[in-house]
Design a protein around this ligand. Structure first.
Ligand code: NZQ
Ligand code: ZN
Length: 397
């Protein structure tokens, strides 16, 4: 078992352009002479005027558009964009949207340059496909703080027919720049705001709630980011409260939650995400809603393995200092549940319409995708995952 901070190399090349009215800077961020393909989702950027602002900012470029990238972007849709790029010789992709549009665009820029069949980019999970040797340059305008896809090198693509959500990652798909305008979040509905807070929170948890290795910097950053989300979360989800400070802190926290700084040198546990992805495949539940429905059960079933970090979490994040360690941990788990409920997130599988007859499907899916040894120690077998799903089903809060 890893006892101390592991060696790491960290290079994050994404330029962040943060603040008010930054879209106008696109013409200084995209190299002159590029033929730009704007990619976007189901239409929110058209409805709320963001696309018009982007069009105006890049009016000096030769550009085209590709809309219709779905929430949970599909391989099939993205491949249509790849064909368009090849046919029309685009050499820059500008993703305007949330994590789905950015993830889809990461696949598009990699597939456009991939030698051979782009399906081979995917293996059973991140790092198991064929290596990506190059990609078209990608810039982003972020409209939904949640995934940190705007400043990381990962993406998750959905294969409808195969009933699978598969991740891939490559240094080549880091965005070259990302524009973060907190005011773009003002049009988000309450549900997406709550999803964003929760996805970020769980990203931090999955890089923190493992076992201690003395990563004081990583732990300190993680605790500070979690405390920020706990503090601002209830105000973030007030869709009519257009408070710049709150939304700016939300947006920056979401980016920092998964841009590499928390992850390096310390163990990680991506089991809540792995179990959650199968729930999205099962019944299309939003990504963050699946995480929220699973997290309390992960904390309870894995309490013993994560005990030392749970005590630290109780003390440093929730300021629980009274009682035995066991009592502190139990109180911290209850506080976590109360926080998720306070932002209207589901906290059990019943809340997202999963029943006991679905569990065999979920376990089969985990097995099919090679997720048979999850968690920071690789000791989360399918039996343990089944216990987590069952616990998440039986819990009453
Ligand atoms: O499609 P449009 O019409 O644009 O509407 C979107 C979509 O319906 C809407 N929306 C986005 N910005 C808006 C807005 N509505 C109003 N105002 C705005 N400013 O919100 C809906 C959800 O968007 P989506 O992009 O799907 O959400 P999110 O950012 O949560 O992304 C989820 C995807 O990211 C993956 C998830 O698995 C999922 O596929 N993830 C990617 C990660 C990464 N790359 O590192 C890590 C994450 O853990 C996650 O797995
Ligand atoms: Zn996530």
């Amino acid at each position: 078992m890893q006892e101390e901070i592991a060696n790491f190399t960290l290079q994050n090349p994404t330029k962040i352009v943060f603040g008010k009215d930054q879209i106008k800077n696109l013409s200084t961020l995209i190299p002159q002479g590029k033929k730009v393909l704007i990619t976007y989702g189901g239409g929110s950027v058209q409805r709320f005027g963001t696309l018009d602002r982007v069009r105006e900012a890049i009016s000096g470029y030769d550009f085209g558009e590709f809309g219709g990238i779905e929430a949970n972007p599909t391989f099939e849709t993205c491949m249509r964009a790849v064909e368009l790029i090849k046919k029309e010789q685009y050499d820059f992709v500008l993703a305007v949207g949330g994590g789905s549009v950015i993830d889809g665009s990461k696949f598009i820029v990699a597939a456009a340059e991939f030698e051979g069949d782009p399906i081979n980019i995917f293996g059973k999970g991140i790092g198991t496909g064929e290596p990506i040797k190059s990609a078209l340059p990608l810039g982003t305008v972020l409209t939904l703080p949640a995934t940190a896809s705007e400043m990381n090198s990962g993406a998750v693509i959905t294969f409808k027919e195969k009933k699978a959500k598969v991740g891939f990652g490559s240094f080549h798909v880091f965005p070259t720049f990302s524009i973060l305008e907190p005011e773009l979040t003002y049009t988000l509905p309450k549900k997406q705001l709550a999803n964003g807070v929760t996805d970020s929170f769980v990203h931090i948890i999955e890089q923190y709630l493992t076992y201690p290795v003395g990563g004081m910097v990583q732990d300190g950053f993680a605790e500070s980011l979690m405390k920020t989300l706990i503090k601002i979360g209830p105000d973030v989800i007030k869709e009519d409260l257009h408070d710049y400070t709150i939304r700016a802190n939300f947006m920056w926290t979401a980016t920092l939650a998964l841009n590499g700084i928390l992850r390096n040198g310390v163990p990680g546990d991506w089991s809540t995400h792995a179990l959650g992805h199968e729930l999205t495949v099962l019944n299309h539940t939003d990504h963050a809603q699946t995480l929220s429905a699973i997290l309390p059960a992960v904390m309870l079933v894995r309490k013993e393995q994560k005990f030392d970090k749970l005590v630290q979490y109780a003390e440093n994040v929730w300021s629980i200092t009274d009682g035995t360690d066991e009592e502190k941990v139990d109180a911290a788990i209850l506080k976590t549940v109360a926080f998720l409920k306070s932002i209207d997130m589901p906290v059990t599988l019943k809340d997202i319409n999963v029943s006991s007859s679905d569990i065999d499907f979920l376990i089969n899916q985990l097995e099919k995708h090679g997720n048979t040894a999850l968690s920071e120690r690789g000791d989360q077998t399918l039996e343990v995952s089944r216990a987590i799903y069952e616990k998440a089903l039986e819990l009453e809060f």
